[in-house]
Design a protein around this ligand. Structure first.
Ligand code: HT7
Ligand code: ZN
Length: 892
């Protein structure tokens, strides 16, 4: 497949101010009439190139004159016209087949409804069009459909009119006042229940908010509406950004490739991120819905009002919007809290986000798909909706806030909107706006070095050295950075040389008893925990000397995870234990405990040292009794680093050994700290008379109780299985129920496990989202091997066509069951499923194709079967462009 390069960008040679679309909607064949008024930008004649995919062309006319087939060129995915006038109107009639469209891109059928998904390049599956984000037009959309089947006809913007067409069909006309790129276009047709509210925005405009769902699910959309209102209020308060529409709609779809889509005024959501009630949703689901609703709503400004010039700029909207949703979620967790309690609540969110970054993005940056947050090239843009674009992109934005301070960052963002509202722009435009605020605050300095974050792949390593001079009472900290080539940079000849990055490293100094040490004259960073100092590393190596430091300090490093880097600092475990107990920065405190556990696991796996876990046990025992820690925070502190995170840290990668050691250590902690788990299990019990609430405190208590139960089962407490079954049966909400089911799936005796699975299925068989959980928990269980997962796929409720179902079984097994997936049979299963999915839905297949990206670093016994499985995929005669790009990179 051809490679598209960032440097080849050319502006589209025509302006397209107005588009009128008419869709005669029908699941079998939808007829689309598209009228586009073009205006040529430059003087000379230039062909008009339109994109299209899987369309049948009925007619083309320019200024009302039909074109014969020799007046245009019709290629596989391109229609080329040769207009002569400077201003002209093109009218195209074409058809597409929604019910035959299993890709879930363009116009497709889900349940009894019709939905569209246009990002990134799905609009071209609806009609011939300049399907690129820098072509921004005003849309008027006429929808016609069978009234009984599709009583609701929705599109972007405002509803202008509705009428009965008299033949059992009806029509709705919508107009979006805001110019937009085609990827933000949306249509939904079907029969839905609707929850609605009217609110008044900050400037006093009344707006209508609607959440549409399948009939019967309307009692599960209250939380989504509540989240939407909180997101609107948060954006008004934090960034002065107001909803710019009279009507904002969210529609839940059962079949959806991703989490949700920010179409202007008509967001389409995977139903998993809309529907929640206490009986069917866990605490984590409630928080995920809040994050995704926030994310899509925040796109209304960061993505929709100011959009991307081309798809290389994807992180411009995604990184920034993830950062905004992370801040929103953190503020919701900290709501009503002050001081250290608020900091600890925010740290819980930071811990979860950094853990996700380490599990998904660090491995990506260390593998064949490594790319900068602004990629240089791609074959299939759908493959670049990655953890790097989203999560590392958000870290790059967060570093800008750290460097500018909250107010400076706000000034920069205001400047960005002042300069670019209504435009399609680049990451350079964003950083230039931020730089204007940075320079105002830091005369003589700029963000020139910082810009390299946009062009370099790979996770930088920062090595730390510290020298203390007791006589002079000075402490000198030296930081050096290394940014080795990553991904395709490794294939370049000569190898890429990478300039240093601008890395904000937040640190703190602790006395040997754990007290905050503030060196003489040092200015603490306003965003940080007590005693936080910000070191701005901009060169390969730099040193800072601090005065008035009488005793050798213990360094607290990378506070609040101030940069997406790996820290190398050799130090005794006793320092980590001290930090885990006393660091004033709650993120760094958690990190110290994780580092202690990581060292223990990796020592046992790699050096086959049976290092004693005494220090970890003592530290955890102390923390388990620290009543100042919130249950949510303590649940994170007492959780071992994830198996996936640890596997990536082994060289060569040893998935089986990590799983074994991880399980053995969990058993050991379960046994040695048994008294603490018993106490916490009792103390964290819900009061059955109190109605369920997903608030952070209640959710934290449930998380800690479920963790204690897991350790009790792992540690072999004689009553644990009985408690787990009681916990499962007595649960008054899905969070408690899943807490017990997960513990049983990971550690429970076979008969108890199987009985719980059966009970769960009998109870929830008619609820697809809950049955997704039922499949997931089994697919990720260490007791589920290839044979068992194949049996799950034979279950009548399984379907490869529904992405949520495919994710809950196949993805869960391949990505979250390392002890079983990493085997010759596991890889063969994976290859079969990639090929089967590719025939239906290439975007989903390509995501699965990435499950074993880093196979070349596996232990030799696994490398060969992984390579064979990849070869089998690559040799398949009808591979999609999506999967081909992934597997070719993986094998190169
Ligand atoms: N901006 C949205 C991306 C998206 C998407 C991309 C490719 C294929 C299907 C898709 N559905 C949604 C989601 C977001 O980041 O908000
Ligand atoms: Zn997004």
């Amino acid at each position: 497949p051809p490679t598209i390069s960032r440097h080849d960008y050319q502006p589209f040679p025509y302006a397209l101010p107005e588009v009128a679309l008419q869709l005669e909607l029908d699941a079998a064949r939808t007829r689309v009439t598209t009228r586009m008024s073009f205006e040529r930008a430059a003087g000379e004649l230039v062909p008009l190139v339109l994109n299209g995919q899987d369309l049948s062309l009925e007619s083309v006319a320019i200024d009302g004159v039909p074109l014969g087939p020799d007046a245009y060129e019709l290629h596989d995915e391109m229609l080329v016209l040769h207009p002569q006038a400077r201003r002209f109107t093109v009218e195209i009639v074409s058809t597409c087949c929604p019910e035959a469209n299993s890709t879930l891109m363009g116009l497709y059928v889900s349940g009894r409804h019709l939905f569209t998904q246009c990002e990134a390049e799905g609009f071209r599956r609806i009609t011939w069009f300049p399907d690129r984000p820098d072509v921004m037009a005003r849309y008027r959309v006429t929808l016609q459909a069978d009234t009984a089947h599709y009583p609701l006809l929705l599109s972007n913007g405002n509803l202008l009119s509705q009428r009965d067409l008299g033949d059992g069909r009806h029509e709705a006309v919508w107009e979006d006042p805001h110019p937009k790129p085609s990827y933000l276009f949306a249509v939904v047709a079907g029969d839905f229940a609707c929850r609605e509210e009217r609110i008044t925005t900050r400037s006093g405009r009344e707006v209508l908010l609607q959440v549409y769902s399948d009939h019967g699910a309307e009692n599960r959309t209250e939380w989504a509406m509540d989240c939407l209102i909180r997101a609107i209020r948060w954006d008004e308060a934090r960034y002065d950004l107001e909803l710019d529409l009279d009507r904002f709609m969210i529609v839940a779809a059962r079949d959806f490739n991703m989490g949700a889509m920010e179409n202007k005024g008509l967001n389409v959501f995977n139903s998993a991120y809309v529907l929640a009630d206490p009986a069917t949703a866990t605490d984590a689901t409630y928080r995920a819905i809040e994050a995704v609703i926030g994310h899509e709503y925040f796109h209304n400004w960061t993505g929709n009002r100011v959009t991307c010039r081309d798809w290389f700029q994807l992180s411009l909207k995604e990184g920034l919007t993830v950062f905004r949703d992370q801040e929103f979620s953190a503020d919701m967790l900290a709501h009503g809290l002050q001081g250290a309690a608020a900091a600890s609540a925010r740290a819980v969110k930071r811990i979860d986000d950094v853990s996700a970054l380490r599990i998904a993005q660090f491995p990506e940056d260390a593998g064949p798909m490594a790319h900068p947050i602004r990629p240089e090239s791609y074959q299939e843009i759908a493959n670049f909706y990655t953890a790097t674009i989203y999560e590392k992109g958000a870290e790059v934005i967060r570093m800008q806030q750290t460097l500018l301070g909250r107010e400076g960052f706000r000034e920069g963002l205001d400047e960005y909107f002042r300069r670019h509202d209504g435009q399609a722009v680049t990451c350079d435009d964003f950083i230039a706006a931020m730089e204007s605020a940075y320079i105002r605050r830091n005369p003589g300095r700029d963000l020139q070095v910082f810009r390299h974050w946009y062009s370099q792949a790979g996770t930088p390593r920062v090595t730390v050295r510290m020298q203390h001079d007791p006589q002079a009472q000075t402490c000198t900290i030296s930081l050096s950075q290394s940014n080795p080539p990553a991904g395709i940079e490794l294939l370049q000849n000569p190898p890429a040389t990478k300039p240093p990055l601008h890395i904000p490293v937040a640190i703190g100094l602790l006395s040997p008893t754990g007290a905050v040490v503030l060196p003489q004259g040092a200015q603490p960073h306003p965003l940080g925990a007590p005693g936080t100092l910000l070191l701005e590393l901009t060169e390969a190596e730099q040193s800072w000397t601090f005065h008035g430091v009488a005793e050798r300090p213990v360094l607290s490093l990378l506070r609040d995870f101030s940069a997406p880097v790996i820290i190398d600092y050799a130090r005794p475990d006793t320092e980590l234990a001290l930090l885990a107990r006393h660091d004033s920065d709650p993120f760094a405190r958690w990190e110290a405990g994780q580092e202690l556990a990581r060292g223990l696991v990796l020592g046992r796996v790699q050096a086959q040292l049976n290092t004693a876990a005494d220090l970890l046990c003592d530290t955890w025992a102390a923390l388990a009794q620290d009543t100042a820690l919130s249950p949510a925070y303590l649940a994170r502190v007492l959780t071992l680093p994830a198996q996936r995170e640890l596997i990536e840290l082994t060289t060569p990668m040893e998935p089986q050994a990590v799983v074994q050691v991880h399980r053995a250590l969990t058993q050991e902690l379960g046994g040695r700290l048994q008294d603490h788990w018993v106490r916490l299990y009792g103390a964290m019990a819900d009061d059955p008379a109190t109605p369920y609430s997903p608030d952070p405190d209640s959710a934290g208590r449930r998380a800690l109780r479920a963790l204690a139960l897991t350790y009790l089962l792992a540690g072999g407490h004689p009553q644990a299985a009985q408690w787990a079954m009681q916990h499962y049966e007595a649960a008054t909400n899905m969070s408690e129920r899943m807490g017990a089911l997960n513990a049983l799936a990971t550690w429970g005796p076979e008969e108890v496990r199987t009985a719980a699975y059966q009970h769960f299925y009998d109870m929830w068989q008619d609820d697809p989202l809950v049955i997704d959980r039922w499949f997931s928990v089994q697919a990720a269980s260490p007791f589920t091997g290839v044979g068992e997962v194949q049996a799950l796929m034979l279950h009548p409720a399984f379907s490869l066509r529904n992405p949520n179902r495919a994710r809950s079984v196949i993805f869960q097994f391949c990505m979250n069951n390392p002890g079983n997936a990493h085997s010759a049979a596991g890889y063969a299963f994976w290859a079969d499923q990639v090929l089967a999915l590719d025939a239906l839905n290439p975007e989903i297949a390509a995501r699965l194709a990435r499950a074993f990206d880093n196979w070349a670093r596996y232990t030799p016994a696994l490398r060969e079967p992984a390579r064979e499985a990849l070869q089998r995929i690559v040799q398949h005669p009808t591979l999609s462009r999506n999967v081909a790009e992934i597997v070719n990179k993986s094998l190169s």
